[in-house]
Write a protein that binds this ligand. Sequence first.
Ligand code: FMN
Length: 254
Amino acid sequence: MKLYNIFFSPTGGTQKVADALCAGFALPVDTIDLCNRELTFSNYAFTPQDICVFSVPSFGGRVPAPAAHRMAAMQGGGALAVLVAVYGNRAIDDTLIEMKDLAEKAGFRCVAAVSAVAEHSIARCYAAGRPDQADTAELTAFGQAIAKKLEADPDTGDLNVPGNRPYRNFGGVGMIPLPGDACTGCGVCTKLCPTGAISAKDPRQVNGALCIRCMRCVAVWPEHDRHADAENVAATEAKLAKLCADRKANELFL
Ligand SMILES: Cc1cc2nc3c(=O)[nH]c(=O)nc-3n(C[C@H](O)[C@H](O)[C@H](O)COP(=O)(O)O)c2cc1C
């Protein structure tokens, strides 16, 4: 068996979850970065001997559109898929059911799913510091449990995951992060933007139709001076206050 850790992680929280879960399999791991727009995802072809752990953040309770397109382009070839939806302590809504539909359509066999909490990448006061030590240990234990189950019987039947069809409509969030005065035009954000929304000539120019507000440019910029509009962030924090108040639990669906 070969393990693939396949993640879309604009600001790093999803990757932390994916790494902790994959550690539980105690297998050599290959990683595939779904944020890397230079990769040709249709070139990835898997076999029934492969286990693919797909991890994406929940955006508005859905799979982020570029992650969905890149997952759909892969050739599952009967490989086993573990689906991981990572969220900022509000809810995953229809993220896992959308992932399951995408994976099955691409030829994967879905055998397990996880929902896990990581720091909210817009409203960073929610789930701050997660996944923490307790989360990491729990996620690795989830990985061990999935590996054990697959060793005993990889034919798990139809996997049940939470969510509804038709999926929730996500109209997007308004704020486009823009650079402050310290922008030197170094091009790091342009290179690492998962959708190519930031101009190479002038990183101050952002194509609003391509930008998915994933906050990667905020997270990766060396000068740390690219921000989403503070008023907008404060409004989002206020809107989420009740929904994000309690500490949500990670969940395993086997
Ligand atoms: C545009 C956008 C929409 C989001 N929507 C949700 C949501 O519906 N529910 C939720 O709990 N968290 C939501 N979040 C928070 C992310 O799911 C969470 O912070 C995730 O860990 C980000 O992954 P990353 O660190 O790999 O970028 C959203 C974040 C962004 C940027």
